[in-house]
Design a protein around this ligand. Structure first.
Ligand SMILES: Nc1ncnc2c1ncn2[C@@H]1O[C@H](COP(=O)(O)OP(=O)(O)OP(=O)(O)O)[C@@H](O)[C@H]1O
Length: 607
């Protein structure tokens, strides 16, 4: 453990924070115990086997000691045979029994842990993807990902190994100490008398080591941040010829890491030498005093051997406790974090696809009525301040306005990613609350500004609009979206992998894939968040054509950044600071000489 912590040469091991073990924390994670319930019999049998294997392990020192005594013609315990061969046979039978139960113990524990962990993983993932958007805006994806991987792995480790090891060591500790007293009270009292000193020093040095190791870790994390930042912004580093600056920054930070690691090494060295001294000191002491007892005829040599073996068992058991305890603490911390997610309130979306079918049809009328909205994560800033506008079924309504006016927020509200604090959102004249969340999301599609494709094939990416769509449907959608030609020109056509592992598509191509996806979905309401970066004119034409087809016969809300594309809109809503300040057709708005629209279009025209 400690070695890993100080090993600054390798990638930093993600240390999970520990949690206090108390009534509250145990209560908080009690929900996870439910996941063990389906496998409780296997778990209980595993526990019994574990108990048996630990107990049988305790039989060896006494058998081996008895064997040595038998060799010298002594027999101390009447319950053990006096013949060397018989003792040997008994030892082998016990050994066989122990191996047998150990095998099943491990198999059962791993089975219980793997199965219950898969259940927890599945539920956590289901929960995560059905949580409201607000949950995600407050957390980083990396953090959530780590809950699914490291936290759950920690729980798994604890279930498969730590818990078993802990129970085993407790049996050995209690049984071992009982045997020590049984063999020689005098020796045991001498032995145990140094324990308090050992514990006090170990706790003191242990704390120091932990403190320094935490510092070392933080420093290492800091230096890794330098690497991360530099690599992420590598183009800026190069463009400004700041390689030397970054190298120096990293070097300084590394020196700090080494300095702290070396300080830690001093404590660790001190700790190790103290333990070694105590350990061997105890052995020397025991043999010394034991030999005196043997010479006085109070103890047989065999019994002394048994004693030493038990003492080693007990010592080793005590030595493993701090690490085991720390592991349990980490597992409790991990469980608390997982429970936190499991206890979050999710959206009303079912994990069973058939339950998410549309129940109430929307024809396409949409209205915002005096909507007031602030993001839950930033309550103090009201983004929409009494926003009202409406779109009749089949209309094209464009929303324009300066950056930060709240255009994308409108899209999020239509998709019901967030709830407005005041006012109403109406679909076909009825409040949004009268529809199931799935009814709305099933009938609204968005072509976002930045189209993010999944790392599958092009076919899968288009098919995402309608799970289970046939190849013909996908191809038909791609044709309408002006995507078919470029897709078929690729060597692997629709089976081409996109994303990190596949080819990189251009902005215009990605948009056409997103348009095909939306066409396949065939929504009543379409939200078009226009890309801010302009495409080259040919690409622009292809995208625009595809969009025209997509917008046909459905209500379209166009979040426009370039006014040139929305001249034909049935209505243009001009937004400023979360309020509608003008609305009308292009021609109507141009007539208002004082209007923001006229001003913005002049600006763009001149540009
Ligand atoms: N998830 C969020 N949490 C908190 N505040 C947000 C969130 N998303 C946007 N905002 C804030 O809400 C305001 C409106 O943002 P919005 O993205 O709707 O503007 P926009 O008009 O679409 O701007 P742009 O044209 O630049 O895309 C901004 O002040 C923005 O900082």
């Amino acid at each position: 453990m400690a070695r890993n912590r100080f090993n600054s040469g390798t990638a930093p091991e993600q240390e999970l924070p520990k949690a206090k073990i108390n009534k509250e924390s145990l209560q908080r994670i009690s929900g996870l115990v439910n996941y063990l319930k389906p496998y409780k019999w296997k778990f209980i049998i595993g526990l019994i086997f574990l108990f048996l294997s630990s107990l049988t392990g305790l039989a060896f020192p006494i058998l081996l000691g008895a064997m040595i005594d038998a060799a010298q013609g002594n027999q101390k315990y009447s319950f053990i045979p006096a013949s060397i061969n018989l003792i040997g046979i008994v030892a082998f039978v016990i050994l066989f029994l122990q191996s047998f139960v150990s095998f099943f113990r491990i198999k059962l524990f791993v089975e219980v842990a793997e199965k219950s962990l898969a259940d927890i993983r599945r539920d956590t993932y289901f929960k995560l993807i059905t949580l409201p958007m607000d949950f995600f805006s407050n957390r980083r994806v990396g953090e959530l990902n780590s809950r699914l991987s490291s936290d759950l792995s920690q729980i798994q480790d604890t279930l498969t190994t730590t818990l078993a090891e802990m129970l085993r060591q407790i049996v050995i500790l209690i049984g071992g100490v009982a045997f020590l007293f049984f063999i020689s009270v005098k020796l045991t009292v001498l032995n145990l008398s140094i324990l308090p000193v050992l514990v006090v020093v170990a706790i003191f040095l242990g704390k120091l080591i932990r403190k320094v190791s935490r510092q070392a870790q933080d420093k290492l994390a800091e230096s890794n941040t330098v690497v991360e930042e530099t690599l992420q912004g590598i183009s800026s580093v190069k463009a400004f010829v700041n390689e030397a600056y970054e190298a120096n920054r990293y070097n300084l930070s590394l020196r700090e890491v080494v300095k702290i690691a070396l300080r830690g090494a001093t404590y660790r060295g001190g700790f190790a030498s103290f333990i070694i001294f105590c350990l061997f000191g105890t052995i020397v002491g025991v043999i010394w005093y034991g030999s005196i007892l043997v010479s006085q005829g109070e103890l047989y040599v065999g019994s002394m051997t048994t004693y030493i073996l038990y003492a080693m068992f007990v010592g080793a058991a005590m030595g493993t406790f701090p690490e085991l305890y720390a592991n349990v603490q980490k597992a409790i911390g991990a469980s608390e974090r997982v429970m936190e997610i499991l206890n979050e309130k999710n959206e009303a979306i079912s994990i069973v696809a058939s339950e998410n079918q549309t129940k109430k049809i929307i024809t396409g009328e949409l209205a915002f009525k005096d909507v007031v909205f602030a993001y839950p994560s930033r309550k103090e800033i009201t983004v929409l301040k009494g926003l009202s506008f409406e779109a009749r079924a089949g209309e094209k309504v464009a929303i324009v306005g300066p950056s930060g006016a709240g255009k994308s927020t409108i899209a999020s509200l239509i998709l019901r990613f967030y709830e407005a604090q005041e006012g109403e959102l109406l679909f076909d004249g009825k409040p949004a609350g009268e529809y199931a969340l799935t009814d709305i999301r099933n009938q609204v599609a968005i072509v976002p500004q930045d189209v993010i494709l999944f790392g599958g094939t092009i076919k899968e990416n288009i098919g995402y609009g309608k799970i289970g769509a046939s190849d013909e449907e996908i191809i038909a959608a791609a044709e309408k979206a002006n995507a078919h030609n470029f897709v078929t020109a690729l060597p692997e056509g629709y089976d081409t992998l996109v994303g990190e592992r596949g080819i990189k598509l251009s902005g215009g191509q990605r948009q056409r894939i997103a348009i095909a996806r939306a066409l396949l979905k065939d929504p009543a309401i379409l939200i078009l968040d226009e890309a801010t970066s302009s495409l080259d004119s040919e690409s622009e034409r292809l995208v625009q054509e595809a969009l025209e087809i997509l917008m046909r016969d459905r209500t379209s809300i166009i979040i426009a950044h370039r006014l040139s594309t929305i001249r034909e809109a049935d209505k243009i809503v001009v937004l400023e600071k979360g309020m509608v300040i003008e609305s009308g057709t292009h021609d109507e708005l141009l007539k208002n000489e004082e209007g923001l629209y006229r001003y913005l279009s002049q600006l763009q025209f001149e540009a």
